[in-house]
Write a protein that binds this ligand. Structure first.
Ligand code: NAD
Ligand code: UD1
Length: 316
């Protein structure tokens, strides 16, 4: 049954890892959702549960070419877009170092196209997936949002440029926006198939199969790994929040070294995967841990899933 009175939310990148969990939560909580995705890393299988449900529409669209054409038939049928969650992006830091122009076109260009649509059609809220990569190599841990950002990769630069664009559109064109700086997100449906994939998806996939794990560098680098369910809670809270120009870290406030992570995953798999080392990758930060007061105080969200519980859910 069509439910025309339910608010209409666009999720760019909605067929991806974080996007598909976001779509699940939005539909479950009474929204209609339009996914815009070019399926470069996203999969229809991630949205299979809604395949015959008309609360979900999927439009193939490359956000770096604009979103007006893809949304025109949708809004003609369903009415105006109320809110947008903008997740579509090239997500690998390492890929951005090798391909900075692609990263700029997709990650910064895509954000500008989303903002142009929001400005022209009066969208009530844009929530943007920014990244801890905007900070670069900072010494203050946990990292507060108001520290000087000094990204060390094209990916971090394009996320920061996108944040500046959101701020500009909020101030000059009255497009309400919240940008969330995700730390390292993990959980089911994170695709392990590319060398650029997230470390937990790669390690889990290989450890389950009894294959060896490769650590880039000495493994002393740390990350704040946050479970996807908690990230979706932050996105949902930001969509509801009536404030504009809010920036908040989305992490746990805890960090773990990549070496300790590898050992934990091998142990949880009760396996014997060898852990070896390869040279460190360019453009990567060394330490990362979120200050999470603002996430809690402004958006009312605390990332409660422990690393081990999240790893168990990921390993299945
Ligand atoms: P993902 O690769 O699973 O999802 C990205 C989605 O965007 C995919 O469905 C992909 O097909 C789509 N996409 C890519 N380029 C597109 C384009 N030009 N037009 C339309 N769709 C396009 O990755 P994810 O981990 O779910 O990342 C979602 C967002 O969160 C990204 O913006 C990413 O930068 C951000 N983020 C992720 C993490 C993390 O640890 N996973 C951390 C910080 C920020
Ligand atoms: C990740 C996200 C990025 C996000 C950022 C926020 C992915 C692919 N990247 O980047 O979108 O903005 O978090 O903090 O989701 N490593 C290994 N062996 C491997 C793979 C990785 O040792 O097989 C190491 C890397 O060298 C790095 C760490 O694990 O030190 C994390 O790497 P990765 O999962 O690629 O994430 P980030 O670069 O932190």
């Amino acid at each position: 049954m069509t439910a025309p009175s339910l608010p209409l939310v666009v999720v760019t990148g909605g067929a991806g890892f974080i996007g598909s969990h976001t779509v699940d939560r939005l539909i479950e909580s009474g929204h209609r959702v339009v996914v815009l995705d070019n399926f470069s890393t996203g999969k229809r299988a991630n949205l299979a549960r809604w395949a015959t449900d008309d609360r979900l529409r999927i439009e193939v669209c490359d956000v770096s070419h604009g979103i007006f054409a893809a949304l025109a038939p949708v809004t003609a049928a369903l009415g105006p877009v109320e809110r947008i969650v903008h997740l579509a992006a090239q997500v690998s830091v390492v890929h951005s170092v090798a391909n900075p122009l692609v990263d700029m076109q997709v990650n910064y260009g895509g954000t500008l196209h989303v903002l142009e649509y929001a400005r022209a059609t009066g969208v009530k809220k844009v929530v943007f997936a920014s990244s801890a990569a905007v900070y670069g190599d900072v010494t203050e841990m946990p990292v507060p949002e108001d520290i000087k950002c000094a990204p060390v990769s094209p990916y971090g630069i394009d996320k920061l440029a996108s944040e500046l664009a959101l701020d500009y559109y909020a101030v000059v064109h009255a497009v309400p926006a919240t940008w969330l700086r995700f730390f390292n997100v993990f959980g089911p449906r994170q695709d392990p198939s590319s060398p650029y994939s997230g470390v937990i998806s790669i390690f889990s996939d290989r450890a389950r199969a009894g294959k060896g794990l490769t650590i880039f560098g000495d493994g002393g680098q740390t990350r704040d790994f946050v479970y996807v369910g908690d990230v979706v809670s932050a996105i949902a809270a930001a969509l509801r929040d009536g404030n504009s120009r809010v920036v908040a870290n989305v992490g746990t406030g805890r960090e773990i070294s990549v070496l300790e992570l590898a050992r934990t995953i091998v142990e949880l798999c009760a396996g014997s995967s060898a852990i070896t080392h390869a040279p460190a990758r360019a453009g990567e930060i060394l330490k990362s841990r979120a200050r999470v007061d603002r996430l809690r105080d402004v958006l009312g969200v605390v990332a409660t899933t422990s690393l081990v519980d999240g790893l168990r859910a990921t390993l299945g």
